[in-house]
Ligand binder design. Structure first.
Ligand code: ZN
Length: 218
């Protein structure tokens, strides 16, 4: 190897190691509590803004093109009115988002969560239910449905049963119960190994009218 090639190789190695080290430190800096505070502050900006704030997307795209270190995992509903990046006023590379109707988790979702915790260093998981959720509404109306929609109404039935008889609006109660049960499922079924003790799973419920996320006590 020619001397200048050797030096180039060393510089490249040091730079790569430095980048990895910085990335690991960067991810470790965002604790679950700090991540939740960032989401709460972002949601406050969203709920009080009349227009979406301009964001430096090109710079963030460049920063995150080679690696990602999202500070929160959002398990949200596929509902078009609940986009986590907007609801929490975040940018490219900030959130690792898994969305299904009814914010349910099956094998693919759990695998995605495990990947983000283990490989991307994310330490906060938010299960985000929302007001007037169509999937929950359907599950309240029927325990079976055609096609694969059946899997949605079927998997929300435990929440329907748990909410039954409680004081309050049946749909609102079932939405919160469903999000709580999904959070419990993530805690018990996601294989996070030694990292589990560093990960926090919380429930949020998004209000379609006000734009605010409420954080009910589980
Ligand atoms: Zn929904």
């Amino acid at each position: 190897m020619k001397p200048h090639h050797f030096i180039t190789a060393i510089v490249a190695t040091v730079f790569t190691a430095g980048t990895i080290l910085f990335a690991a430190e960067h991810a470790a800096l965002v604790s679950p509590d700090d991540a939740l505070a960032k989401l709460q502050a972002g949601n406050k900006r969203f709920a009080t803004s009349k227009i979406t704030e301009g964001k430096p997307v090109a710079a963030r795209r460049a920063e995150t093109a080679q690696s990602q270190h999202p500070f929160a995992i959002i398990v949200g509903c596929a509902d078009s009115r609940t986009p986590p990046e907007l609801v929490f006023d975040q940018n490219v590379g900030d959130l690792f988002v898994v969305r299904t109707a009814g914010n349910l988790v099956g094998e693919h979702a759990l695998g995605s969560i495990e990947y983000a915790v283990e490989h991307l260093g994310t330490r906060l998981i938010v299960v985000l239910g929302h007001e007037r959720c169509g999937a929950v509404k359907a599950a309240l109306a029927t325990a079976t449905a055609p096609g694969h929609v059946n899997s949605l109404v079927r998997d929300i039935q435990p929440a329907v049963k748990a909410a039954k008889g409680k004081a309050g609006d049946p749909l609102d109660l079932t939405i919160q119960e469903n999000a709580t049960q999904v959070a419990a499922r993530i805690r018990s079924e996601a294989k996070l190994g030694k990292l589990a003790k560093n990960v926090r799973v919380v429930v949020g419920v998004y209000d379609l009218d006000t734009g605010k996320v409420e954080w009910p006590k589980e």
